[in-house]
Design a binder for this molecule. Structure first.
Ligand code: AHR
Length: 567
């Protein structure tokens, strides 16, 4: 079924809209023709938006690494040292700050030593996802990928099937300086044999990896542990780890399955029972959005109706609850004087349970449409609104997988609508997030009462929370270099209805603004290899500024970035 704006009007979802989602307006204004309001308060800063919330993730899964990222040095496909050039260029275009590797669940079966040395001598292994891994893409190739992109590496360490010693040695291999290194005044300089091995493998300069995931989903594929068991493992793996990097190590502890706050409370209770928690930087949070499986669509990437459209976006909005609940669960047991443990949402995105695959031979190769672009905007806005809590976030996964920014197959390459949203949100990087209140009639989720399949990383809590989707949502920030430049990003989730919102800025006014918008007539719109530019952003039609305010119209099913110059 093609959902056009006209036929969507008849859908049950739209018949059930118009619920007030938010409380009273922040400041009173003359009433206008607007059907929504956005009140921005620059005087109420939330925090600096970490550039690392726009980060990425690649795993040895389906066509992500082989075909997606790695084409091989002898390939006719344009590449840099075997890494697909188009992948590098697209990651540069979104200024990717951090890239996570090698998993995911794959990480806890992976031996980092398998991917070292002469390519011909590397062992092929049966990987976690039931596909052979040739190990042609290993640690050095990953580091070269990061270098080519200009991003930081984030390594997920194997905690389930390798001992702590291997973790220490992986850190040493990555970060120890090569050659003779002075130790202390009483002993002679030493040569670190792991650094020497790295140099012999082609990289004398240390990789200086500071961000380390200590295991992955240890409540599931990472070991089926309970929180207290994981806490003990975490302490053992991270106590007295060698520190070589010029920047302090940042360890990320495994967080809950979706919204399981009990895991987080128990984990931190246990971790805080010991005062030594060296380098504990963050709590990993994984939250995937799966819509309700209905007779109509069974959670498909392409075949969905208005009900599934609204359901997915409503369940995606639960990310806000996931962030605030886990933040509270950490903070509840936090001791004064200790650095705040931040949230590292290192896997997020839409994951359709039974999906139209782009490449059926590749596991989890789902297509990405305008619906996924809206989910991307909603999610990034949540991270920006919680800039004080979320330090890092990695979309899962960058290429040829769930919620991807890019698709590649042999010499074909394209970007998805999600890629465009990442680009449109770039002005928020490193900016000061400020309070922005959205008042708009909400949309009742027509599938609120339908249970979702029991699976990993999804929302299993109160159905109350998935009843209502915000009729307009977004976030605002002030440029770090120009106090008069504000960025406002907004998602209008109505399939059929533009929303006009009066935008006001407390304490000052709007002098002028420009905009970029991503919107298509059909929410199923997507790019494919034959039509790589079917979906792309365009300039937004702007309205006249009057009295320091503007009534801007956000098209139906759109993501918009406004660059506002303050008076
Ligand atoms: O991203 C796919 C998988 O989802 C990851 O390997 C795992 O960590 C999560 O369950």
């Amino acid at each position: 079924m093609k959902i056009t704006r006209r036929n969507a009007l008849k859908s049950s979802a739209l018949a059930a809209t118009a619920l007030a989602l938010r409380g009273p307006r922040l400041f009173s204004q003359a009433s206008t023709a607007a059907d929504a309001h956005i009140d921005i308060v620059p005087g109420e800063p939330i925090g600096t938006i970490s550039p690392e919330i726009y980060s990425h993730f690649i795993e040895h899964l389906g066509g992500v690494i082989y075909d997606g990222v790695w084409v091989g040095r002898d390939s006719k496909i344009p590449n840099t040292n075997g890494i697909r050039q188009a992948f590098i260029d697209a990651m540069k275009a979104v200024q990717a700050p951090v890239l996570r590797w090698p998993g995911g669940c794959f990480a806890d079966s992976y031996d980092w030593r398998d991917g070292l040395g002469a390519a011909a001598n590397r062992p092929a292994r049966a990987g976690f996802w039931g596909q052979e891994d040739s190990n042609q893409y290993g640690l050095h190739e990953f580091m070269h990928t990061c270098k080519a992109i200009g991003c930081k590496p984030y390594l997920a360490a194997n905690m389930r099937s390798l001992p702590a010693r291997d973790f220490y040695q992986e850190i040493e291999y990555c970060n120890a300086p090569a050659g003779e290194v002075p130790t202390n005044s009483h002993s002679k300089p030493v040569v670190n044999s792991l650094a020497a091995q790295r140099a012999a493998n082609g990289d004398p300069e240390p990789f200086n990896v500071d961000l380390w995931g200590v295991g992955n989903e240890s409540w599931g594929c990472g070991g089926n542990l309970v929180a207290e068991e994981y806490a003990a493992m975490f302490r053992r793996f991270t106590a007295w780890t060698p520190g070589f990097s010029p920047v302090p190590l940042r360890f990320v502890a495994v967080g809950p399955n979706g919204d399981d706050v009990d895991w987080t409370r128990r984990l931190f209770k246990s971790l805080y029972s010991n005062s030594e928690r060296r380098h504990l930087f963050g709590l990993s949070v994984h939250y995937y959005t799966s819509g309700s499986p209905t007779a109509f669509a069974e959670g498909d990437a392409l075949k969905f109706g208005p009900d599934e459209f609204y359901d997915l976006l409503t369940r995606g909005s639960i990310m806000e609850r996931v962030v605030t609940d886990h933040w509270a669960a950490i903070g509840n047991t936090q001791e004064p004087g200790q650095p705040k443990v931040k949230l590292v949402v290192d896997e997020w995105g839409a994951w359709y349970s039974k999906s139209t695959q782009i490449a059926p031979e590749y596991n989890l190769s789902q297509q990405s449409t305008m619906r996924d672009a809206l989910l991307t905007g909603i999610t990034l806005d949540i991270f920006q609104r919680h800039a004080d809590k979320v330090a890092v976030a990695n979309v899962a996964q960058s290429i040829n997988c769930i919620h991807s920014l890019m698709w590649a197959s042999e010499d074909k390459f394209m970007v998805t609508p999600t890629f465009h949203v990442f680009q449109m949100y770039l002005p928020h990087r490193g900016a000061q997030a400020v309070r922005a209140e959205f008042s708009a009639p909400g949309i009742r989720n027509p599938l609120a009462n339908a249970p979702i399949p029991v699976g990993g990383n999804s929302y299993t809590g109160s159905l109350e929370a998935v009843k209502l989707l915000a009729g307009l949502s977004g976030s605002a920030s002030i440029s770090p270099t120009n106090a008069k430049l504000m960025t406002l990003t907004v998602v209008n989730p109505h399939i059929d209805r533009p929303v006009t919102a009066e935008i006001a800025v407390a304490g000052t006014g709007i002098a002028s603004y420009t905009g970029t918008v991503l919107a298509e007539d059909d929410v199923h719109a997507h790019n494919d290899f034959e039509h790589p530019n079917a979906v792309k952003p365009r300039s937004a039609a702007t309205a006249a500024v009057a009295g320091g305010r503007v009534a801007h119209t956000f098209p139906a099913a759109s993501v918009t970035t406004l660059q506002i110059t303050l008076a």
